[in-house]
Design a protein around this ligand. Structure first.
Ligand SMILES: [Fe+2]
Ligand SMILES: [Fe+2]
Length: 381
């Protein structure tokens, strides 16, 4: 057995202890919806029935412990706005999402904006987002993405949308918003990079130049520990983060580098739900007592990473590049009267032309085990 295999097996044994999982009063069902042409019974012959399923609008129902009361909230993230003078493609989609959230009936209790409001951190982009968000009149809470941050290191973001991390309690649920982008080591000063050069490095999918930038850092880990200290172990916790709180694919920074420390902190709590953006795709994962749900972007869908797609993910079908509204949208999450969470991906896909069990590149979903940190060599933490 190679050294890497030995490490993987050791880590898997440590992090997936037998019998450890999110609260098993949690009941998860997945409903696959028929495409609307099926529902209305129009223009679909029997021969095409096999291709008519819409496997990506999933509803994940979860039953919680008895403490939560019913409520609903909306998630929007990854709008990636350019100034209107450059183009309005992403602006139009953001406006659509904001209008749809505002039109929710009954209204959502709050909107969480999950980061990457801007494309290049330009104050013009952030101010544009701030203006467009005025469409949404319900309570709004914010966490930053890397695209919002690295031109001025969060100055404009914090001024417009407030600082993270934060927490509040809502109807029996402790709700936490993390900053997973603002604690990266300083890779730039020594190289005398301009703010724009720094931002350019931080805004690409292959973020290897900027290293392992996504993380909480020791101070915020301590804050998270303190933020949970007085919370009953069996009561529900929701943690919002821009990047996923596990190691999905570090070469694209689809992770936070100190995710294991996060899991150690939340481990005593039996019902923890992490909802994250950044990956621009449908994802579902469980590690220990925490489940993670990856949400859609409004701007564009990223492809699935070549390895590391969680085994519990029901992947999106490859999107149609000719349809700018394909593979994107927003999310509506309901905490129901029967103590269930219903997560609806409000995807804007117009038509479904094909069905696929798994997207290409999702790898081996059966024998998947947790991976060691690829970036350990780049930045020992
Ligand atoms: Fe993004
Ligand atoms: Fe991001």
């Amino acid at each position: 057995m190679s050294e890497i295999d030995r490490m993987r097996r050791h880590m898997d044994a440590e992090l997936r202890k037998p019998g450890e999982h999110p609260d098993r009063s949690t009941r998860i069902t997945r409903r696959t919806f028929l495409h609307k042409t099926f529902l209305t019974g129009t223009a679909v012959g029997a021969g095409s029935a096999a291709f008519g399923w819409l496997p990506l609008v999933n509803t994940i129902d979860m039953a919680f412990g008895a403490t939560a009361q019913p409520f609903k909230f909306a998630w929007i993230s990854d709008t990636h706005l350019y100034p209107k003078s450059v183009n309005t493609r992403f602006v139009d989609k953001a406006v659509r999402a904001f209008k749809e959230v505002q039109a929710m009936d009954p209204p959502a209790d709050f909107l969480i904006f999950g980061g990457d409001l801007a494309q290049l951190g330009d104050p013009v982009e952030l101010e544009l987002g701030n203006q467009l968000l005025k469409e949404v009149k319900i309570k709004k809470v914010f966490i930053p993405g890397e695209h919002d941050w690295y031109l001025d290191m969060g100055k404009t973001w914090n001024k417009l949308f407030g600082q993270s991390p934060w927490r509040f309690d809502h109807k029996g649920v402790r709700i936490i918003g993390l900053d997973t982008v603002g604690s990266a080591p300083d890779y730039w000063s020594a190289k005398k990079m301009s703010p724009k050069e720094r931002m350019d490095h931080m805004s690409v999918l292959d973020g290897t130049v900027a290293g392992a930038w996504s993380g909480l850092g020791n101070k915020q880990l301590q804050w998270l520990n303190d933020a949970l200290a007085d919370w009953p172990k069996g009561s529900p916790v929701i943690i919002f983060s821009h990047t996923p709180l596990y190691e999905y694919y570090p070469p694209w920074n689809f992770w936070v580098r100190d995710w294991r420390e996060v899991h150690e902190i939340v481990r005593p709590y039996t019902s923890v739900t992490n909802i994250h953006g950044h990956v621009h795709q449908v994802l579902y994962n469980e590690i220990g007592t925490m489940r993670s749900i990856g949400m859609l972007a409004t701007s564009w869908p990223w492809p699935y990473a070549p390895t590391g797609v969680p085994a519990l993910t029901k992947p999106m079908v490859r999107v149609d590049p000719g349809d700018p509204f394909d593979g994107v949208g927003w999310g509506s999450l309901s905490f129901g009267a029967a103590e269930r969470i219903e997560n609806d991906y409000m995807m804007w896909r117009q038509d479904v032309l094909a069905e696929s069990q798994v997207d290409s590149g999702t790898g081996d979903n059966v024998n998947q085990i947790l991976s060691p940190r690829i970036a350990d060599g780049m930045w020992p933490y």
